[in-house]
Design a protein around this ligand. Structure first.
Ligand code: NI
Length: 391
């Protein structure tokens, strides 16, 4: 089977699915229509289907003789963004759109499901397709794992894809090792002592302390992290005070931490907390710090990544492959890939001749030729991970 030719034969079907899903976006953990759509199609194709896994997750299992169990995962949720694209398939839901391409992922997932049935003669084993809810900050993957998505049958390897506008369509990112960062968010309330702005000596000014904290935090990445390592400390929210002549009682801050390496992560988490609490203490204020883990880093298994690399080279040519594509963004596919060795693949979906609209923007869109490419990469990789005749 030539997976790319086979995937191109269902191009119109992939586009129709993707556009229908694009017109009907749903928020994370509320993907009821999308899940029903995927489950219905899987059932029609002959998969054993489990619905309602962690609320709206769907699992389709296809047994095809003795062999390994391999999973492929896609996500389904949209974002609270008002679409600004003037296209016939624009979102029909005000204030909500598929601005990260998860509509394309569901269409690609169904294309994979279809070709794997049509080409049963090309592989042996058990295919487990996972359609997960709530990727956008709701840890839908973690919830599916907790609900037993990786049990009965337990996968031996995992594949996951993301359409990727940072790469033009036809290119792919197949990177061994870390590809997406571990992410935490944190928040702190600094409590001082409010009073008259004309009598600062009778107050403990939390606003000044917050400003110092912002400045002091800049030293974490520059002075505590090995320059060869990667880390981000960002403050995304700072709120204090209501008017010019009052020193407020409190200041609130929120931020995020991104790292790849567990040791760097540990250093950064400790330094951020020490600096926040130390700055407040030094200035005579109280601080209440809370850390919220979001997702671990996505780490690609070298062996499986090498297999996907060979597949991409055969299908798209060696020049199409970037082996150092990674981002400090986070991805909850990490909860699957932490348990099962696998490969997370960036599939170029940007235009070839002009700047690409960025993910999570109101003008986000993809080049639809990415759809059969995504299908073919995963189908061919699945066939090689579950070779014919393997016992
Ligand atoms: Ni996404």
């Amino acid at each position: 089977m030539n997976a790319l030719e086979e995937a191109q034969k269902i191009y119109d079907q992939l586009v129709a699915w993707r556009r229908d899903l694009h017109q009907h976006p749903e928020m994370g953990m509320e993907e009821y229509r999308t899940a029903k759509f995927a489950a219905g199609m899987l059932r029609e194709l002959g998969y054993a289907v489990q619905e309602g896994v962690a609320q709206t997750g769907v699992i389709g299992v296809l047994e095809n003789g003795p062999g390994p169990v391999i999973m492929s995962r896609v996500d389904m949720d949209a974002l609270p963004i008002q679409e600004m694209n003037d296209v016939p398939y624009a979102s029909t839901v005000p204030g909500m759109m598929h601005a990260c391409g998860h509509d394309a992922h569901v269409a690609i997932g169904l294309g994979i499901a279809m070709l794997m049935v049509q080409h049963r003669e090309s592989w042996n084993g058990t295919l487990k397709l996972i359609f997960q809810p709530g990727e956008e900050g709701m840890n839908g993957a973690e919830k599916m794992v907790a609900a037993g998505a990786l049990e009965a049958p337990r996968p031996d390897a995992a594949l996951a894809i993301h359409v990727w506008n940072a790469l033009p369509v036809g290119k792919v990112g197949v990177t061994p090792g870390p590809v997406m960062a571990a992410a935490e968010s944190w928040e702190v309330t600094i409590t001082g002592k409010g009073g008259h702005a004309a009598q600062p000596h009778k107050t403990v000014d939390p606003l000044t302390i917050a400003a110092l904290t912002v400045t002091n935090l800049q030293s974490v990445v520059s002075r505590n992290v090995d320059p060869q390592g990667a880390a981000v400390v960002s403050i995304g929210r700072l709120r204090s005070g209501d008017t010019f002549n009052v020193i407020p009682e409190t200041a609130e801050m929120q931020g995020t931490i991104r790292t790849y390496d567990p040791n760097v992560r540990e250093t950064v988490l400790c330094r951020v907390q020490d600096i926040i609490e130390g700055t407040a203490r030094m200035m005579g204020a109280r601080s209440d710090f809370t850390l919220y883990p979001l997702a671990p880093a996505v780490i690609n298994d070298p062996k499986i990544t090498a297999l996907v690399h060979a597949v991409a080279a055969d299908l798209l040519g060696a020049d199409a492959i970037k082996t150092d594509e990674r981002t400090m963004g986070s991805e909850d596919a990490a909860f699957f890939l932490n348990e099962v060795p696998g490969c997370y693949i960036f599939v170029g979906s940007g235009p070839k001749d002009r700047p690409a609209p960025s993910h999570h923007s109101p003008i986000f869109d993809i080049e639809e030729e990415v759809l059969p490419i995504g299908v073919a990469l995963v189908v061919e990789s699945l066939c090689r991970l579950m070779p014919r005749g393997e016992k």
